[in-house]
Design a binder for this molecule. Structure first.
Ligand code: GLN
Length: 200
C-alpha cells in the first residue's frame, strides 16, 4: 500500500516534532492550516499547545467545522495534551467560550496536575507494549471520566495522581495527556500510523 498522508494541525502547538516523527515512520506528513490541506489527509494529529488558542484559530481559519466533520466521518485522529482536550466531548476548567471538536466520549480536566507539579516526566505502562513509555507532561490534562466505548491505554501508577487516566482510544480516535512526539520513542505514533493504514 502507498504511504498514508497524515496532517498535523499547524495553526498552533508543537507541530514540527510530530511532522518529524511521522516522516521518519515513512508517512507523508503535512502541516495543515486550511481546509484544502485537510482534504488530502488520511489521518490527523492535533499537537500539544494551548487548546483555547487552538480553538480560536481553528474558527478564524475556518478549519473547525471541516475538521469536526472529518473526525465524525471516521478519519483516524490522534491528540496529544492540548490535542486531547480538543478531542474530548467534555472539558472541566476550560475557558467560558472554549469549544472542542469532540470525538472521544471522555471528560478531561485541563491543567489537572496543578501548579506545583505542572510539568514532570515518568515511565508508564502503556496498553500492550512490553516496555514502559517515558512520558513527558507539560501542564497536562487528565481524563476524569470515560464512556463505555473508551479503552484506557495508560494510567499514572505512582504519587498523588495514581490511577489518573492519561491515554485513551475510542475506535478511530486516540489521545494522550503527555507528549510522545518528544523524546524519541515512536511506538505510539507507530500504533497510530497502523490505525491510519488499516483505515485508508
Ligand atoms: N502542553 C500542552 O499541550 C498544555 C495544554 C494546555 N494546558 C491547554 O489547556 O490547552
Amino acid at each position: 500500500m502507498s504511504s498514508p498522508t497524515i496532517g498535523v494541525f499547524a495553526l498552533q502547538g508543537d507541530v514540527r516534532e510530530h511532522l518529524h516523527t511521522l516522516t521518519n515512520l515513512g508517512t507523508i506528513a503535512i502541516p495543515v492550516r486550511r481546509e484544502t490541506e485537510l482534504a488530502r489527509c488520511d489521518g490527523f494529529i492535533i499537537p500539544g499547545g494551548e487548546s483555547t488558542t487552538m480553538y480560536k484559530l481553528a474558527r478564524t481559519f475556518e478549519l473547525f467545522e471541516p475538521l469536526r466533520q472529518r473526525i465524525r466521518e471516521g478519519m483516524p485522529t490522534f491528540g496529544t495534551c492540548a490535542g486531547m482536550i480538543m478531542l474530548a466531548d467534555h472539558v472541566i476548567d476550560g475557558t467560558k467560550d472554549q469549544e472542542t471538536l469532540g470525538g472521544l466520549d471522555i471528560t478531561v480536566r485541563r491543567n489537572a496536575f496543578g501548579r506545583q507539579v505542572d510539568s514532570f516526566e515518568g515511565d508508564l505502562d502503556f496498553a500492550d507494549f512490553p516496555d514502559k513509555v517515558h512520558a513527558i507532561f507539560i501542564r497536562a490534562p487528565w481524563v476524569e471520566q470515560v464512556g463505555p466505548g473508551v479503552e484506557v491505554l495508560a494510567q499514572i501508577d505512582d504519587g498523588p495522581a495514581t490511577g489518573r487516566i492519561v491515554a485513551v482510544r475510542e475506535g478511530h480516535v486516540m489521545a494522550t495527556s503527555f507528549h510522545p512526539e518528544v523524546g524519541g520513542d515512536d511506538r505510539i505514533h507507530r500504533q497510530f500510523v497502523d490505525l491510519v493504514s488499516t483505515k485508508s
